[in-house]
Design a protein. Structure first.
Length: 532
């Protein structure tokens, strides 16, 4: 078994825990637990706080997905809080606008924001304290200010150098025209006002009230396609999570339009493979990378808004089908990949658990950094560019269509053992998310690592880079492993020791015998596991 020194100690708790990529978000969630709230209240509070202190990865103009384990019913619930394209968004319309392919940034990459609706649905169905109390910490920090941290500071510098930055982004984030230094007190008063209005009047105000009217006017002014009617028709959906068996666990992911099924396919294929003697051995990494290639081929061919899919998603994780796909893995040679991931992404993942046994896996995103690079004037709403994932190829599974949900990389997850929560886990990382799920679940379930150990292990991501397919690796991998992978035909591309491109992962491991929770917070971000 491999043993690496930890950069952070494992965090232990019995009454409750919140793990988030920023310490103020984790503390906001923990405050809700101490105030008598449950895991849902805490997760929403942490998510809202991240809109303020980590706006380069999530915002009110983005989407949210949740997986909730309800201790009273012993049931795992899935919530799809993703928005749809405008009803006027057709391939023909985009071509008329001069786009041969989907744009990457700007007003025409924006889909209807689903975050606020998702918060409200979860709070109403499973929360205890109400949405207003969960939003209170974020409102306070947005209004009174917080000390600018290094991650946001660096993100502001990167974005400010872009030539295509929209003037609304400059107005909101750089009102003085310069990036403030680390430690400066930063305030977002327009965002505070928007959050306060939602807290006072409810999520309906965002989609059907004054906020919706303000957003629709902004879209019209900027030439966007989203209308007041598009906002008013948005709904979040409760969905049935899908699952596979893996190393004594039942691992759950959300169905399409997420890529959760891609993670399940990889896990299902790897379950049938003999692995090396540790998670960093070439005999462990190689079959995992090969499983990724097969699963991503299916992702490209089939996954999109479930209402538009050509196959039943369950068929893609049927045991016989997974056995057939797993048999294609050559343990000695890297196969040519059919569909490598093409984008990278910026996202936040957090998780929460309470002493009653409830747990929440929550993921939210702008998609690429600050998303579209557009911020609704006077409202502080950072708009996602999730629509960039659509295709303008009519034959593609994820082809653009009116009022359609795009394929989402966002995938919250959890694992049960004997019907009780064993692991709550997730990560940011765009196309890398499913690959990180595979690596961390393998480290936990097949090799017995604790959560902090699994989160800190060096990672790999397979995909397109520098114009070709490569296996990106953090350079903390053993050199013997990298040599063996090269001999099998993998082209290795180093990514430094601790790369944000490898995702920010957070998780909680549950000890059912003692009732203790083991938190893992990713040192690749300003993460924290707040415990009670």
């Amino acid at each position: 078994m491999i043993s690496l020194p930890l950069r952070r100690p494992v965090t232990l708790a019995r009454r409750g825990m919140v793990v988030a990529p920023h310490y103020l978000a984790a503390e906001a969630g923990l405050d809700l637990l101490k105030a008598g709230g449950n895991a849902v209240d805490a997760a929403v509070a942490a998510s809202a706080m991240l809109q303020v202190v980590y706006p380069f990865v999530c915002g009110l103009g983005g989407d949210v997905f949740m997986m909730i384990y309800d201790a009273r019913s012993g049931t795992v619930y899935g919530l799809n809080g993703s928005g749809r394209s405008a009803r006027a968004a057709t391939i023909e319309r985009y071509r008329a606008l001069g786009y041969p392919t989907m744009p990457t940034f700007g007003i025409h990459t924006v889909t209807v924001p689903g975050c606020v609706s998702g918060w409200s649905e979860a709070a109403q169905r499973f929360g205890r304290l109400g949405l207003a109390q969960s939003l209170a910490p974020a409102i306070s920090y947005a209004e009174e200010g917080f000390a600018l941290g290094p991650d946001l500071h660096n993100a502001l510098i990167r974005m400010s150098t872009r030539e295509d930055v929209h003037r609304s982004w400059q107005t909101h984030f750089l009102p003085t025209g310069t990036v403030p230094p680390i430690g400066s007190v930063v305030r977002y008063p327009t965002l505070a006002n928007t959050l306060r209005t939602i807290a006072q009047k409810g999520a309906e105000e965002f989609y059907q009230g004054e906020i919706a009217e303000h957003m629709a006017a902004f879209f019209a002014q900027e030439g966007g396609l989203i209308t007041r009617e598009d906002l008013a028709s948005h709904r979040s959906d409760w969905v049935m999570p899908l699952s596979v068996a893996f190393a004594g666990l039942r691992i759950y992911e959300l169905p399409p339009n997420t890529q959760g099924i891609t993670a399940l396919q990889m896990l299902g294929m790897l379950e049938q493979q003999a692995l090396g003697d540790n998670p960093l051995a070439a005999e462990t990494v190689h079959p995992a990378v090969e499983a990724k290639k097969l699963a991503f081929a299916d992702r490209k061919a089939y996954l999109t808004d479930q209402a538009h899919m050509r196959v039943d998603p369950v068929a893609l994780i049927a045991p016989a089908y997974l056995a057939q796909r797993s048999a294609l893995i050559d343990m000695q040679h890297a196969q040519s990949s059919v569909a490598p991931g093409g984008f990278t992404g910026d996202t936040v993942y957090l998780c929460a658990a309470d002493r009653e046994g409830n747990s929440v896996s929550l993921i939210q995103s702008n998609y690429m950094g600050f998303g579209s690079g557009v911020v609704v004037d006077g409202a502080g709403i950072v708009l996602q560019n999730r629509g960039a994932y659509f295709s303008l190829d009519e034959t593609a599974a994820n082809a653009l269509a009116p009022a359609k949900r795009t394929l989402h990389t966002l995938i919250p997850s959890m694992a049960l053992r004997d019907g009780r929560p064993a692991i709550v886990f997730g990560t940011m990382g765009g196309d890398g998310q499913a690959q990180i799920h595979l690596q961390v679940y393998t480290a936990l379930a097949r090799f017995g690592l604790q959560m902090q150990e699994a989160v800190e292990l060096p990672r790999w991501i397979h995909g397109e880079m520098v114009g070709k397919e490569v296996l990106q690796v953090e350079e903390r991998f053993p050199e013997a492993t990298l040599d063996a992978l090269r001999q099998r035909g993998h082209e290795i591309y180093g990514q430094g020791g601790w790369s944000s491109g490898m995702g920010y992962a957070q998780g909680i491991l549950f000890d059912t015998a003692s009732g203790s929770m083991y938190g893992g917070a990713d040192p690749r971000a300003e993460s924290n596991a707040a415990a009670w």
